[in-house]
Design a protein around this ligand. Structure first.
Ligand SMILES: O=C([C@H](O)CO)[C@H](O)[C@H](O)COP(=O)(O)O
Length: 210
């Protein structure tokens, strides 16, 4: 099981500072959607240049023009690019095709998908690399999480790796781990802690036991 650090509410300098602190405990670093909105794909390039051995995920949440937008993210240095599960199949197909050309990966984010089991099965058949259940910030504000969704998609996803994101903290990590995703994505559960190093180290220890 791998650990991804999501960086959302920082600028490029802040992202580099956080990753410098916790790099040894994370497998994937995510340049979150808010950073891409604020800084553009330069943020992806800056992190890849600063940490060439880390896997970098660009959380573009692509909804259209899958092939083109994946191409631009890959040019900037992304190893994994996100596409929304609510997108048309043609968008996801284009994204997968472009990523494969460059030996890169696609993570489909099922945020706001209503019939999560059915869509996960469809997306799995499109050849994506990861399928992620996700309670976004607005869902979290309503007290929701994606733990049940993870169990639901685990029963239908046969090819892709599974991932979970949204408000995961050290206190809820054991419950997440029990559902056995391939990838756990944590933002505020590390970046919002006073001792980020300790939080990342403990999370890495827990996910590595599986
Ligand atoms: O994708 C995210 C969100 O939609 C903002 O772009 C976050 O990266 C994801 O939710 C993980 O962050 P936390 O919820 O703070 O763990």
């Amino acid at each position: 099981m791998k650990l991804q650090l999501a960086l959302d509410l920082v600028d490029i300098a802040g992202a580099i500072e956080v990753v410098s602190e916790v790099a040894e405990f994370i497998d994937i670093v995510e340049i979150g959607t808010p950073i891409v909105i604020n800084e553009g794909l330069h943020a992806v390039k800056a992190i890849k240049d600063a940490f060439p051995s880390l896997t970098v995920l660009a959380d573009l949440k692509i909804m259209d023009a899958g092939g083109y937008e994946v191409m631009k993210a890959v040019e900037a240095g992304a190893d994994i690019v996100t596409v929304l599960g609510v997108s048309d199949d043609s968008t996801i197909r284009g994204a997968v095709e472009e990523a494969k050309k460059h030996n890169k990966e696609i993570l489909v984010d099922l945020i706001n998908v209503k019939d999560i089991k059915a869509r996960a099965a469809e997306v799995d058949a499109l050849g994506v690399d990861y399928i992620c259940v996700h309670s976004g910030y607005d869902h979290q504000a309503d007290g929701k999480n994606s733990f049940d969704d993870l169990n639901a998609i685990k029963s239908v996803v046969k090819n892709a790796k599974t991932a979970i994101a949204g408000g995961i903290k050290l206190s809820t990590l054991p419950e997440v781990i029990a559902a056995n995703p391939d990838l756990v994505i944590v933002g505020g559960g590390i970046t919002g802690e006073e001792d980020r190093l300790a939080a990342a180290a403990e999370m890495k220890r827990l996910v590595s036991q599986v």
